[in-house]
Design a protein around this ligand. Structure first.
Ligand SMILES: [Fe+2]
Length: 175
């Protein structure tokens, strides 16, 4: 995604005062940091989009979808802290700002004024599917770089992401 900033924010290695102890090599820790930070940016971005649809929903399925989007948003937001603290534990730095999120995010923002409810569901399903793919790739990076703890957390997040995708997909089948 294009950035308005002129300099990229460095994520690894952390400056001396933020250094942490790990038995991973520098290359391994850097690979994990580089794989995980975009997932956090995507999670923040999907959180805002899911809340946007929670707030701007209308129509016959209002109650069901309003509650479902809120449930999804809560889980997505919770994943950001889990992953960001993992990056810090391996000696990287993580998300610092909205600008940093837009530098790293891969899913598109949504600024449309009135999105039809089933189109909201379709867009969220596609974003969750894209994120599931990215998480799966990051798991393989963590496995290759001996970071099984991050890999385990990502497996849980992958399962939650696929659960959201499943619900959204099934809702689309009723129309
Ligand atoms: Fe709400």
């Amino acid at each position: 995604m294009a950035t308005t900033q002129t300099t990229k924010i460095r994520s690894y290695p952390a400056p001396a005062k933020l250094a942490t102890v790990t038995d991973l090599t520098q290359a391994e820790a850097q690979a994990v940091t580089t794989a995980v930070n975009p997932l956090i940016a995507d999670a923040f971005s999907l959180y805002v989009k899911t809340k946007n649809f929670h707030w701007h929903l209308f129509g016959a399925h209002f109650r069901d979808l309003h509650l479902l989007f809120d449930e999804h948003a809560d889980a997505i937001l919770a994943s950001t802290d889990i992953l960001a603290e993992r990056v810090r534990r391996v000696g990287g730095t993580t998300i610092r700002s909205i600008g940093h999120i837009s530098e790293l995010q891969t899913i598109e923002d949504d600024n449309n004024e009135a999105v039809p409810p089933m189109e909201m569901v379709r867009r969220l399903m596609e974003d969750n599917a894209q994120i599931a793919k990215s998480v799966r790739n990051a798991i393989s990076v963590c496995d290759k770089n001996r970071d099984l703890a991050t890999s385990n957390l990502l497996q849980e997040i992958l399962d939650q992401t696929e659960r959201r995708k499943w619900f959204l997909f099934e809702i689309l089948q009723r129309d």
